[in-house]
Design a protein around this ligand. Structure first.
Ligand SMILES: [Zn+2]
Ligand SMILES: [Zn+2]
Length: 433
């Protein structure tokens, strides 16, 4: 009997020492992430049902600011119009890492059959439109608020500071307004305290729930636009030699522009695109007009190629025009920069993503020629942007509606991985530096 009692007591001591071992920071994060999952989904549904266009995210920003404050996080509001910045200082000294979510919806009329589908209507560019979170930014906000809750719960063990960037107008500001990441940076979002690295993610139907995808270096394109005005000399359509025909010259320029990506730049280095999207000139069949106007878009994935494209578009248009006795005025407007994943930061963070998602669920993928204003942060500090799969597992990529579609659908079971991956890449970054 006594021996049994002694054994039992010994076992108790062992059990106590097992339960008393404090959980690691990683375990605490995973436990907390699991606990916030249902509130992340509820928050996402609420924001989904109440979408707001760029620079008008008033309700969304209030939800964000209230939640951050309730977590004891320092809050700054009205940054870049409706942006909110949260600052979580850890219990230990260290670097500053920023995590970003965009908050804006799109002028799209939702067609998904959901109890929390958007019924919001508004006026956009003088047109009656629906408003929908057709790019999944509702999920980004909910995920980042989940991350804030998780990390606020472990702040005693946090070696550094986490800055939460809730940014307006990723899809572009309304006409005549500034906005988005560019304005956030301009208004000092990466300063005071100075940010050392930035992470962000985007939900996508290209990949199924449970998967993460990224690409080192250029992952999404720089988007620039151009306008070319070809000036000729107006004359009768039957006597072209009495004038200079800007329509024929403009046609040659269109063909000439296509030879820049295909014949002049190293297409093995990175793809690039020059697209003429509109041509306007002339009023009737027998008058050669005075001028022709063309507008188009330029996409590139490499900074040097981007500069080359601009220079060659100008040269091609001007010199072809000159060869026909015309002149060309070329204006190039720069838009979003290249979403450029810092190679060292990407390499250092990849093992974390693999650990959290499972090695087989993390892919290195091709770049896309769409754009993201996350790139403005990456111009200032090393950054990593990655895709988070939210396509239902029983759907093929062909069946799934793409981002910006009125049928875009987010499988919410994929959000937990968003919370966990962002929380862990941030903490691992701080732990390593
Ligand atoms: Zn979008
Ligand atoms: Zn987006």
């Amino acid at each position: 009997m006594i021996r049994v009692a002694v054994l039992a007591a010994a076992l108790e001591v062992i059990a106590m020492s097992v339960t008393a071992a404090p959980p690691t920071l990683d375990q605490r994060i995973d436990d907390a992430a699991k606990k916030v999952e249902s509130s992340v989904i509820a928050c996402r549904r609420d924001i989904h049902e109440h979408p707001e266009l760029g620079n008008r995210e008033v309700r969304t920003a209030k939800i964000v600011a209230d939640k951050l404050r309730a977590l004891g996080i320092e809050v700054k509001e009205n940054v870049a119009h409706t942006g909110v910045i949260g600052l979580l200082k850890g219990g230990k000294p260290g670097k500053v890492v920023a995590l970003r979510a965009d908050m804006d919806a799109l002028p799209v009329k939702e067609q998904v059959d959901l109890p929390f589908a958007s019924k919001v209507r508004t006026t956009y560019n003088d047109q009656e439109v629906g408003v929908m979170h057709a790019c999944g930014h509702d999920a980004h906000v909910a995920i980042l608020l989940g991350v804030a809750e998780v990390l606020a719960g472990v702040r005693d063990q946090l070696p550094g500071t986490v800055k939460f960037l809730f940014q307006p107008a990723e899809e572009g500001a309304p006409q005549g307004e500034e906005g988005g990441a560019e304005l956030m940076v301009k208004e000092g979002a990466l300063e005071n305290p100075k940010v050392d690295a930035v992470f962000g993610l985007h939900v996508t139907s290209r990949f199924p729930v449970g998967e993460i995808a990224y690409r080192p270096e250029g992952m999404m394109a720089a988007v620039d636009s151009f306008k070319i005005v070809v000036h000729g000399k107006q004359t009768h359509g039957a006597y072209p030699w009495l004038g200079v025909d800007p329509i024929v010259v403009a046609s040659q320029i269109v063909i000439g522009l296509q030879t820049i990506p295909s014949r002049q730049l190293d297409s093995t280095l990175a793809p690039s695109i020059v697209t003429v999207g509109a041509i306007h000139g002339g009023v009737r069949n027998n008058i050669i007009p005075d001028s022709v106007e063309m507008i188009g878009t330029i996409r590139s994935l490499d900074a040097k190629m981007r500069d080359e494209l601009h220079a060659r578009i100008k040269r091609t248009a001007e010199d072809i025009a000159r060869s026909g006795g015309a002149t060309a005025d070329v204006t190039i407007e720069t838009g979003y920069p290249i979403t450029y994943n810092d190679p060292a930061l990407t390499a250092a963070s990849a093992p974390t993503l693999q650990r959290i998602a499972g090695k087989e669920n993390v892919r290195v993928v091709n770049a896309v020629l769409g754009a993201e204003d996350f790139s403005f942060y990456q111009q200032k500090v090393p950054g990593l942007f990655y895709w988070l799969g939210t396509r239902p597992k029983d759907q093929t990529p062909e069946q799934a509606a793409s981002n910006h579609s009125p049928l875009f659908y987010v499988d919410e079971s994929g959000l937990l991985l968003g919370v966990k991956s962002l929380a862990h890449v941030a903490v691992d970054y701080l732990g390593k530096h």
